[in-house]
Write a new protein. Structure first.
Length: 265
């Protein structure tokens, strides 16, 4: 018997379930036949495929049970019939009956597709939470190191060197250097926030050579704390300066006058 051709609205309702593999064989064939001749539905299929593909790249990979589709279709067929097998049915000869489109109500197929999308969304949410948690842990580790260096400065284990503002700005700050350490703690205040796409860059001077020790931005009040890292002990350099440079990684060498400096010798 020939299949009944689906209307445009019917195919639009069934497309999510079709793409997620939630339709029975007859439903899949009917949707595929309509798609072959309908440019509008072809465009909608492409849009949905792109959305599902994007979601799949964010959600954690998980293979569904191999019998999931068969179990879902069997459940839908049972619910559509409104009955369950009786002992007499279990002993009677079984006559194969194809699952027809009428045995799977449209609202049930749409609900199934919506549930699948919801599961994908929950997976994405969990992935984003895990990513944010990893970022928070990394930030806490950096903050712990900064606190340890600040504690060393407050207990006198580090040398506190005040910054001198240059030009008309009123930048203030202190550089805490501990012995022959290649790291130092820079605390700045009242430095104006940089424009979009710009950062502050710290330079260590030895003669005419300039070595970058890191970049930073300040909050709305002009404050920032930066852990400087140098290839050699900080005490080996003669001076330190701060300039404004292109972001996000700064410049190979200073391209603007310093806002603040300090002597390290």
């Amino acid at each position: 018997m020939d299949r009944r051709a689906l209307s445009h609205d019917e195919v639009a309702d069934d497309l999510p379930a079709y793409l997620l593999g939630a339709l029975d064989d007859e439903g899949c064939e009917a949707v595929a036949a309509h798609l072959a001749t309908c440019p509008a539905c072809q465009r909608e299929r492409a849009r949905l495929e792109a959305t599902i593909g994007a979601l799949a790249t964010l959600a954690p990979a998980a293979d569904p049970p191999p019998d999931l589709r068969d179990r879902l279709l069997a459940r839908l067929n049972t619910d559509a019939d409104g009955s369950s097998p009786t002992p007499q049915d279990a002993t009677a000869p079984a006559t194969p009956t194809p699952i027809s489109r009428l045995q799977t109500p449209r609202w049930m197929r749409v609900a199934l597709a919506a549930a699948a999308v919801l599961i994908i969304g929950l997976g994405i949410a969990l992935a984003l939470i895990a990513r944010d948690l990893a970022r928070v842990r990394s930030d806490l580790a950096e903050l712990r190191e900064e606190q340890q260096m600040a504690a060393a400065a407050l207990t006198g284990a580090a040398r506190a060197i005040p910054l001198v503002s240059e030009g008309d700005n009123h930048a203030y700050g202190t550089l805490y250097v501990s012995g022959d350490d290649r790291e130092a703690l820079l605390v700045v205040t009242e430095i104006p926030p940089t424009p979009d796409g710009r950062v502050y860059q710290v330079w260590l001077r030895e003669g005419e050579a300039r070595t970058s020790a890191g970049v930073f931005t300040v909050d709305d009040s002009g404050r920032a704390v930066l852990r400087l890292q140098a290839p050699r002990p900080i005490a080996d350099y003669q001076a330190m300066g701060i300039t404004e440079e292109p972001g996000p990684t700064g410049s190979p060498g200073p391209t603007s006058p310093p806002l603040a400096t300090c002597s390290l010798s």
